[in-house]
Design a protein around this ligand. Structure first.
Ligand SMILES: Cc1cc2nc3c(=O)[nH]c(=O)nc-3n(C[C@H](O)[C@H](O)[C@H](O)COP(=O)(O)OP(=O)(O)OC[C@H]3O[C@@H](n4cnc5c(N)ncnc54)[C@H](O)[C@@H]3O)c2cc1C
Length: 478
């Protein structure tokens, strides 16, 4: 079967890859001139890469890790020591670590929390542990039910001291969804905590050894083309054309640079665009259908990714850092963490600015200036009055609508990969799968879509379809 997919982010790439495995012929269309969507990266005139986002791969990403294995590129993941490292705002230039010992889960996580005495008192740890009991005992069902509360509301209900939120969960909430605990759904943090506490290496982190576009997306695209599929850049979906019965007749592709628009026909069609462009392009006739109407509850959240090159080394830490700054979220010195960006003499900091709603419309110069003021607190030893570190160059990448903003009530708005339209499917991290808005979620959603298509239209009806290979726990809600 020919399957046309609009959107070559990780969801679209994963969908096309697994359709190839199922014996179908995917044609993957990307609006931009670069693969990857929210993991896209570009090379500047000096040959330095800059990225849409600082991306971390977790041990708790089974589908992503399997994809690396299937592509034979596992060695591109640079695993870091099992720890979480937080800046200490009260003691500028110092760090507090949660070190996970080599013990089975959940003992390694519990030990990491109990052994850290910089951030939480014993009483706070115990009260937090008691607050978590319902999530541990009742599992995912409880976690999903808590979607009616923000994380702040949930903590209050569980009688957890507000200082726990201030010390730990502002940083976690910003890292997970680029918003603060009073906005984020409790389901998001409880899901992450469950993964991190239930899987021994769940919170272990890896950096890719280069840009995601080159080191991850291109191998997937090569796999697709070798399997008989196609990947087309600069091919924006302009309109979804319908048959009289409401099913899809074709995708109208916008002709660029004076070329005419063209119609692409196929046996099945997938939107792997993020939710915001999908909502704009939905045909009028579908808008009243519940599956599509519910998308109104989903909207991308703004975020800014910064790259700052300095004239010297600011740190030798080879890990992700939680800044705990009001302006910034996580950051890393990519000259230490990423092989392709390595530099023994100069730092390149990649930093996520979040929440970004008040910054997204500001100029790059204003954003850099505010970030430099924060860096003076994070690295006081390098920004004193005597011979301060010099910023050599910078890149600011703004994403006004990134992953869906995971506020309370959002879970009910996330659609299934199958739609009421017989030949139209959805992929994307916002669709229902258990890994929320993440690279793992995007890859799993693409796999689920490919599985649904393979099941609905098997190449050989007697053979086991790709869908049957998925573990049931990966499917649907929870
Ligand atoms: C700053 C930042 C940091 C992040 N950090 C992490 C992290 O550390 N770990 C993690 O797991 N996740 C992280 N994420 C989230 C992760 O990047 C996303 O969840 C994931 O990449 C989403 O993939 P997707 O395929 O669902 O959507 P997208 O990547 O948005 O892909 C959609 C694609 O559709 C294309 N498109 C749109 N309209 C059209 C059209 N009309 N025609 C054709 N194509 C179209 C877009 O150009 C895009 O390529 C981060 C994201 C950002 C922005």
């Amino acid at each position: 079967m020919r399957v046309v997919i609009a959107g070559a982010g990780l969801a679209g790439l994963s969908c096309a890859k697994y359709l190839t495995d199922a014996g179908h012929t995917p044609i993957l269309l990307e609006r931009r001139d670069v693969l990857g969507g929210k993991v896209a990266a570009w090379k500047d005139e000096d040959g330095d890469w800059y990225e849409t986002g600082l991306h971390i791969f977790f041990g708790a990403y089974p589908n992503m890790l399997q994809l690396f294995k299937e592509l034979g590129i596992e060695d591109r993941l640079q695993w870091k020591e099992h720890a979480m490292i937080f800046n200490q705002p009260n003691n500028p230039g110092t760090y507090s670590r949660f070190n996970f010992p080599d013990l089975p889960a959940p003992f390694n996580g519990v030990a990491a929390i109990l052994r850290n005495n910089d951030m939480l008192t014993w009483e706070e740890k115990i009260r937090f542990g008691i607050g978590l009991i319902p999530a541990m005992v009742q599992g995912q069902k409880y976690v999903e039910e808590m979607d009616k509360y923000s994380w702040s509301e949930w903590m209050k209900r569980q009688n957890i001291p507000p200082r726990v939120e201030k010390e730990v969960f502002i940083a976690m909430s910003k890292a997970l969804n680029f918003i603060n605990p009073d906005e984020i759904s409790a389901t998001i943090l409880l899901t992450a905590l469950n993964r991190f506490l239930q899987e021994k290496n769940g919170s272990k982190m890896a950096f890719l050894d280069g840009s995601p576009t080159e080191r991850l997306c291109e191998p997937i695209a090569d796999y697709i083309t070798k399997g008989g599929g196609e990947v087309r850049l600069n091919a924006p979906l302009k309109e979804i054309l319908l048959n009289p019965d409401g099913t899809v007749r074709g995708f109208l592709i916008r002709g660029l640079n004076g070329a005419k628009d063209s119609v692409l026909e196929a046996d099945a069609y997938v939107s792997a665009m993020s939710v915001d462009p999908l909502k704009v392009i939905l045909p009028q006739a579908w808008r009243e259908l519940d599956n599509f109407k519910q998308l109104e509850g989903l909207e991308g959240v703004p975020v800014i990714n910064l790259h700052l090159w300095f004239d010297r080394k600011l740190t030798d830490i080879d890990h992700l850092l939680f800044s705990r700054s009001p302006l910034l979220s996580v950051y890393a010195d990519m000259s230490n963490t990423c092989k392709a960006y390595a530099d023994p003499d100069r730092s390149m900091l990649e930093l996520v600015l979040a929440p970004a709603k008040d910054w997204i419309n500001k100029s790059d110069a204003e954003i850099i200036q505010a970030t430099m003021a924060e860096l003076e607190k994070l690295f006081p030893q390098h920004f004193g009055s005597e011979n301060p570190a010099q910023l050599l160059k910078s890149h600011v990448v703004k994403t006004p609508r990134s992953v869906y903003k995971a506020i309370p009530g959002c879970q009910a708005c996330r659609p299934d990969q199958r739609t009421p339209i017989a030949n139209f499917y959805l992929s994307g991290d916002y669709t229902m799968q258990k890994y929320l808005g993440s690279m793992e979620g995007a890859v799993l959603s693409g796999k689920l879509t490919a599985g649904a298509i393979a099941k609905d239209c098997p190449v050989n009806p007697n053979s086991q379809s790709v869908a049957d290979k998925f573990e049931p726990s990966a499917l649907g809600r929870g």
